[in-house]
Design a protein around this ligand. Structure first.
Ligand code: UT7
Length: 371
């Protein structure tokens, strides 16, 4: 049976930084309150030219370069996101086009902040059942576009960014060892974007009522998070046959420093065993775990052969965890440049649009195609 190894990882955040002091100019808040209650010092915010797909493509480029895997060899792309480019087409299809991943299937996965854990498990299962050999899993967000910048209880929390993993099949044991995926839809109302779906289709009234923004009951989500984080981490370890001492690092969803502290207390582990960067990026939803992994790996906190647990929670309510034996790029792979693939992908995409236009002229534009 094939194992799904993480052979490349990459992250990308927009350049613009919004500090707590900047936010204090916008809503009734202050740096001290935000630091004490959340641990967040600043967050990165998308520029006009940044979109969820553009951040995803940059993160993916770094991950593919590290894995030394050309985009043309990808079998599957999953983008976990809470702020997709559109309802459809999927952000993943846009990423597939921009990378030139000509033979990859692509879809978005919606499980809010737990999305990256779910997506990594889905890609793992496809590799383990030998349906595919390679996958690109991305968490990408432009939450700044769906945050109500007049609501101090939510706008201080979120940030933009993307993180990506490349997964590859190998007969060598390792990679993603176990997964836990859970949901409790009875808490769906605690964290939601109520407008724009089939219940409240977008209208001028839904916009006037602010239903297209994130609405959250922070206290309830906080209590739920502190309940599930330690339990889910333990469950993933047990499923993988690992003890607490076997785990080099726990990478939790970066929502609130106090939630991570509660998880550490629950697991009876010191904070040094946790990857923490919530102070720099705020809560980047699906991107927070892969971004934290990238930084931990860069700082030497994750080495090849180490066991790690990734654990997240979010709207749904959803939560989940994974136990992973860290791998790194396969030794036999040769270095590649990804940017030339992206340039070719751009040209290919333009040519395909032109070809579709010509086809339209030949077959008659505007005529009922089913006739
Ligand atoms: O990916 C999942 C996404 N969501 C989360 O992870 C959210 C989880 N929840 C949390 O992180 C916390 O509940 C928050 C950070 C959202 C809030 O922290 P809290 O310690 O639970 O504060 P609170 O909501 O109980 O509010 C305490 C006080 C209130 O004032 P009163 O009623 O005590 O006078 C709030 O009005 O703080 C006030 N407050 C603020 N003050 C300054 C709320 N937001 C702010 C603010 N600045 N930004």
């Amino acid at each position: 049976m094939a194992y799904a190894h993480i052979t490349g990882w990459g992250m990308h955040v927009p350049k613009k930084i919004l500090t707590n002091d900047d936010l204090a100019q916008m809503v009734d808040t202050n740096d001290e309150w935000i630091r004490e209650r959340t641990g967040i010092h600043q967050r990165h915010i998308a520029d006009k030219s940044d979109t969820t797909a553009s951040l995803a493509v940059e993160a993916a480029t770094h991950a593919l370069r590290m894995a030394k895997l050309p985009p043309t060899e990808l079998d599957l792309i999953i983008v976990a996101t809470s702020s997709p480019e559109y309802v459809f087409p999927s952000t993943a299809s846009i990423v597939q086009d921009q990378l030139g991943a000509e033979t990859a299937g692509a879809f978005d996965l919606s499980a809010a902040c737990t999305g990256f854990i779910y997506a990594l498990n889905m890609a793992t299962q496809a590799i383990r059942s030998e349906q595919i050999k390679t996958a690109l899993v991305i968490g990408s967000e432009t939450l700044s576009r769906i945050v109500d910048w007049t609501d101090r209880s939510t706008c201080i929390l979120f940030g933009d960014g993307a993180g990506a993993f490349v997964l590859q099949a190998s007969d060598e044991p390792g990679g993603v060892l176990s997964a836990v995926m859970r949901s409790d839809g009875s808490g769906g109302n605690l964290l939601a974007i109520p407008g724009g779906g089939s219940v409240n289709p977008a209208s001028s009234q839904t916009v006037l009522d602010g239903l297209h923004f994130i609405h959250m009951n922070g206290n309830e989500v906080f209590r739920f998070a502190t309940r599930v984080m330690a339990a889910a981490s333990r469950e993933a370890m047990e499923k993988a046959g690992l003890e607490m001492d076997d785990i080099a690092l726990i990478v939790p969803h970066q929502a609130n420093y106090r939630i991570i502290q509660a998880a550490a207390r629950g697991l009876k582990l010191p904070m040094e065993r946790f990857a923490v960067n919530v102070h720099k990026y705020g809560n980047t939803s699906t991107a927070s775990i892969p971004i934290a992994v990238c930084e931990a790996a860069e700082q030497g906190m994750l080495q090849s052969g180490d066991n790690t647990v990734m654990v997240g929670f979010g709207a749904g309510l959803t939560w989940g965890s994974l136990a992973v034996r860290w791998t790194g790029p396969f030794e036999e792979a040769k270095p590649i440049k990804v940017r030339p693939y992206r340039r070719r992908a751009w040209l290919r995409s333009v040519l395909r649009r032109i070809w579709r236009f010509i086809e339209g002229l030949v077959w008659g534009r505007g005529k009922d195609s089913s006739a």
